[in-house]
Design a protein around this ligand. Structure first.
Ligand SMILES: *Cc1c(COP(=O)(O)O)cnc(C)c1O
Length: 355
């Protein structure tokens, strides 16, 4: 720490991303990336001619991309804001709508960024425990006088709330925002975007990082009322007007327009997820019911740390969380069928040769 860091950040504990080893030694199942490359249409869109245009700034409104997203979901362009990953969108939302009087409330076990953003803007963190079965207890979020942030499906559990539950959150928290982070919604959940017609207090956040294979491009967006989007733009233009770069905007537009490729990738990941769950259960694992591109799995014979270490020593990288109620599990990203067969084989080896 330098002596210049201001007081309010001295105790800030930043989010810790999953390992990104720069050699490809591992079967990498630790950060919920897609095993599939982006759509061929994305590769085509990033032409040499477009690269040459990088001397020019990007469109600060990312209009073509925004229109494509709006069309895809049947909402107006003024209801969409794109960002440099959905993490940036979440940062805009916290900045615009949250302070000491207007705090956020979120599940105690969820995406690690939510409390970090709270800390960053100086509001005390406020979380609600999950139920015994690791599901979100919707009733606990009603009438608390706080904006609600829910990852749906939740991370790292993979458990998804129904649209009825999301609707109840929006309805019973009138006057407060309900922010639904749908990073994993395409893997079997139902998006809350159609509910925007009914609820002006809803913000739906999505990312191109998972189901559209564009984690490295950094692209996310949110959908909400025109008024909310206008507020968020105020923050964006006070912070980073050209937040979506030219190549990413092109890639994102091509990706969302290629519905066929998208459908194939998502269907395959769901199939491989179900295969993996079944195989792990045969080996005695407990697996939480996932609607995401990852599963949260544990075994009575060894804790998550040991599983993580055994797998890593054998070349398979998964994610372990050193946090209460999570220590019995590892989070395993669904990779290709081949990756998951390797995972299963590696788990078996670990069981046959206990260290
Ligand atoms: C991956 C993830 C994000 C972040 O996505 P980016 O668009 O890559 O910043 C946001 N929320 C949740 C719950 C995620 O898992």
């Amino acid at each position: 720490m330098s002596r210049y860091l201001i007081k309010k950040y001295k105790a800030l504990e930043p989010y810790i991303p999953g390992e990104q080893p720069q050699d490809m030694r591992y079967v990498k199942l630790n950060t919920n990336e897609s095993p599939f490359p982006p759509s061929p249409a994305v590769v085509k869109a990033l032409s040499a001619a477009e690269v040459k245009k990088l001397r020019l700034y990007s469109d600060p409104e990312a209009r073509a991309l925004t229109r494509a997203i709006a069309d895809y979901y049947g909402i107006s362009e003024a209801q969409v804001l794109c960002g440099n990953g959905s993490d940036e969108i979440l940062a805009f939302i916290y900045t615009a709508f949250s302070d000491k009087e207007n705090g956020m409330i979120y599940p105690e076990i969820s995406y690690g960024f939510y409390p970090v953003f709270s800390a960053l803007i100086g509001e005390p963190p406020c979380s609600v425990p999950l139920k015994e079965d690791y599901t979100v207890d919707v009733d606990e979020y009603l009438g608390r006088g706080k904006h609600v942030v829910i990852a749906n499906p939740n991370a790292p559990t993979g458990i998804c709330l129904s649209l009825t539950d999301i609707e109840r959150l929006a309805e019973k928290n009138a006057g407060r925002l309900v922010i639904v982070d749908e990073a994993y919604i395409d893997f079997g959940g139902e998006s809350a975007i159609p509910l925007l017609k009914k609820y002006e207090n809803l913000i739906v956040v999505q990312t191109f990082s998972k189901s559209r294979s564009l984690a490295g491009a950094r692209l996310g967006f949110c959908a909400a009322s025109e008024e909310i989007i206008a507020d968020l733009k105020k923050i964006k233009y006070s912070f980073n007007p050209y937040n979506v770069n030219r190549l990413t905007a092109l890639a994102g537009k091509a990706a969302i327009e290629d519905t066929e490729y998208f459908g194939k990738c998502v269907a395959e990941i769901i199939r491989v997820r179900e295969f993996t769950v079944e195989e792990l259960k045969k080996l005695g694992f407990t697996v939480l019911p996932s609607k995401a591109n990852f599963i949260f799995a544990g075994h009575a014979d060894k804790d998550g740390k040991r599983l993580y270490e055994e797998l890593k020593a054998r070349g398979v990288l998964v994610r372990y969380f050193d946090k209460e109620r999570l220590r019995g599990f590892v989070r395993i990203t669904i990779g290709s069928k081949k990756d998951m067969k390797t995972l299963i084989q590696t788990v078996k080896e670990g069981m046959d040769n206990p260290r």
